[in-house]
Design a protein around this ligand. Sequence first.
Ligand code: GTP
Ligand code: MG
Length: 200
Amino acid sequence: MRARAAELTTSAADRAGFPAPSVPEIAFAGRSNVGKSSIINALTGKTGLARTSNAPGRTRLINWFMVSPPAALGMPPVHFVDLPGYGYAKVSRSMREGWKPLIEAYLVSGRPLLGVVILVDARRGAEDEEGELCEFFQAHGIAAVVVATKIDKLAKAQRKLAAAAIARTLKLSRPVLAVSARSGDGLDDLWRRLRALAKK
Ligand code: GTP
Ligand code: MG
């Protein structure tokens, strides 16, 4: 399943740059370098849509992508929102301190937010930051879909175990989806979870 169309709407460095609310939004959050931009590219089938990099901290702005979901889903257009990553130690302190308010400003500014996809590196598992993110979303009544990503880096036998460990650590009642932007594993399931968010 691939999106029918996807294109950049706008990028913002601060609240003043946020686009006027239009279609519902689904945001992608997670540690720097976890693969947020890559999963947006994989879901849309557009390789160069969101900029990806080996160097953590690639995404410094909030980027809005207008996406027409796969025809099979019968889902209206949404904005995918690519959030900057958190938790990357090597960027300057001022840069890190700059991102957090930007992300929080986005999350609490009354956007038409359907929910947030939280990406967790399948090999690394959930740590304190992911727990804090989940609590933040719960406290603000924001629906969260947790996915274990880069699953291609794990042997098949370990994939379910890794996803189950993340669900346990985060005390989730729902199983965590195992996905890979590289192999395409789990992307159809993720699309269906996104549609479920849109239907609530
Ligand atoms: P920031 O914008 O810095 O927060 O990073 P990001 O979360 O957007 O990560 P990005 O998509 O730029 O990916 C970081 C690196 O991980 C890149 O080198 C990607 O090629 C790699 N990567 C992303 N997803 C996968 C995956 O599913 N499998 C594998 N093997 N590598 C991946
Ligand atoms: Mg990125």
